[in-house]
Design a protein around this ligand. Structure first.
Ligand code: ADP
Ligand code: MG
Length: 316
């Protein structure tokens, strides 16, 4: 590592860590942690132009890089504790680094997650964050465990991010326009960490929606060996989405658009969604059910409808 790299790490990433379970943080060859039992670990990479438009600001990218990872821990019912950050930059733009680290640490602080190491290299803008979190004795939540007869539930609302991406693309002024609620859904995803923890003992299976509702429901159904039915008319759609596209389009985006980072879970069918929402601290909607079989299907007022193709897959 060059002196320049060292300076940048010192300036933007080496912050005091108060967690006594971080025995060694940034500065040695590896971090050393006291995990006190099982940990969940996840890593996600964001590539500029693939996972986010290059037009969005560094602060939102910093938030997003950590948020998508915290969302994976949320889906496991894990408590975020530590993270590492591997950053590849085309050039060391200090304003961008200041913005990026501000967005990253604001979210990290909210979830008491310490940055304990990382890497800094030169190349096309790429951000990999790895997160680790404690798993309670009663956890983790997994994708397996849903049973025919369970209800299917989702937190928050779906489709905003996909609509924002399609609408704002590489127009940086549009992304930054004040009061643009659609843009906020993509720029500032909220990892449902508290909801994930509250779902332990309630959800029979859980996954976070990163690739699109139908695609991720497919993963949950495959892991649980059952069939998932989505009732189109039940999908939670935001006002921002409905005021920006027609209802049909909004439903298609909710089914297949990615980047929502809401939790999709199965639970006893008689669970009251309103009551669940109060316990989870986020609106919850019952959007369908699980049946015997495999794969997924979509109905509209109980009539089968053809599901739109979709769900994001890098290699398709
Ligand atoms: P090594 O060459 O031994 O892998 P590095 O020189 O890459 O170590 O990094 C030196 C220290 O700085 C390590 O403790 C590493 O974890 C930390 N580090 C490097 N890049 C980052 C970053 N982007 N954010 C946080 N810590 C970093
Ligand atoms: Mg290194």
């Amino acid at each position: 590592m060059s002196a320049d790299e060292f300076d940048l790490i010192e300036r933007y990433f080496n912050r005091a860590v108060s967690d006594p379970d971080v025995l060694l943080g940034i500065g040695d060859d590896a971090a050393v942690l006291n995990t006190h039992g099982p940990v969940a670990m996840a890593v996600d990479t964001l590539v500029a132009g693939v996972h986010f438009p290059t037009a969005i600001n560094g602060e939102a990218i910093g938030h997003r890089a950590l948020a998508v990872n915290l969302s994976d821990l949320a889906a496991m019912g894990a408590t975020p504790r530590w993270c590492t950050l591997a950053l590849t930059l085309p050039q060391p733009n200090e304003q961008w680094l200041a913005d990026f680290s501000a967005g990253f640490f604001r979210l990290a602080d909210r979830f008491a997650t310490s940055l304990v190491g990382g890497d800094l290299t030169r190349g096309p803008l790429t951000i990999s964050v790895q997160v680790l979190g404690n798993v309670a004795e009663s956890g983790p939540l997994t994708r397996a465990g849903a049973r025919a007869g369970d209800g299917l539930f989702v937190t928050g609302s779906l489709g905003d991010s996909a609509a924002a991406l399609a609408r704002f693309a590489n127009d940086s002024s549009a992304w930054e326009r004040r009061g643009e609620a659609l843009a906020a859904g993509f720029l500032w995803p909220e990892p449902r960490v508290a909801a994930g923890l509250a779902l332990i003992g309630v959800a029979t299976a859980c996954i976070d929606i990163s690739d699109g509702l139908l695609a991720d429901l497919g993963h949950l159904c495959a892991a649980s060996s059952c069939h998932g039915v989505v009732e189109l008319e039940k999908l939670p759609l935001s006002e921002a989405l409905l005021s920006s596209v027609a209802q049909d389009q909004a439903r298609t985006l909710a089914l297949t658009g990615g980047d929502d980072y809401e939790l999709l879970f199965s639970a006893a069918a008689d669970q009251d969604a309103g009551e669940l929402g109060r316990r989870l601290g986020v609106p919850v909607t019952r959007i369908g059910c699980l049946q015997v079989g495999s794969g997924t299907s979509v109905t509209l007022h109980n009539d089968p409808v053809a599901a739109p193709r979709g769900g994001y897959n890098h290699f398709r």
